[in-house]
Design a protein around this ligand. Sequence first.
Ligand code: HEM
Length: 139
Amino acid sequence: MDYSFVKSLHGNFGILAFLLLIVLFLRTLYDFINKNEKLGTVRKISKYTTLTVHIQLILGVVFLIMNSFILENLSGKIAGSSVSYIEHMASNLIAIVLITIFNAKLKRADKITPSLLVILVVSMVLLSRVVPLIMNILK
Ligand code: HEM
């Protein structure tokens, strides 16, 4: 079965998701430092970041279902990297859950709290393992 289309969609959407997360982190930090109470901009960025990572999750699962090789070789490495399939999926799944929690909490917040920042930093650390994969795509 030809799954290269889903794979490249997941790869390129991954670049977008990672860039959005960096923008979201910078804006959250800015609003935190300035004790900003107008959170319209950060909420908008957060909404699009959450939407993108959810699409990314769906694409990842579709790709997984189409490519039974991965399900049979979960500890195998993603081509050209030292990241194993299982590590990639588990860490990104947790990161996506954290981003979703951040987005939900942000909707009800009237300012950026340290705990909101911590949630975002942890999700960035978890997602940082996609950097070598992104570098491979951009090569
Ligand atoms: C925001 C979260 C995620 C990002 C940024 C991301 C990003 C990436 C990138 C950049 C690649 C390399 C693609 C390529 O070499 O063309 C990749 C591969 C892969 N991703 Fe994700 N991913 C995420 C979440 C997930 C999730 C949740 C799953 C599964 C449930 C998943 C399943 C896979 C699989 C199976 C591959 C291997 C492709 C191969 O065989 O080379 N990803 N991902």
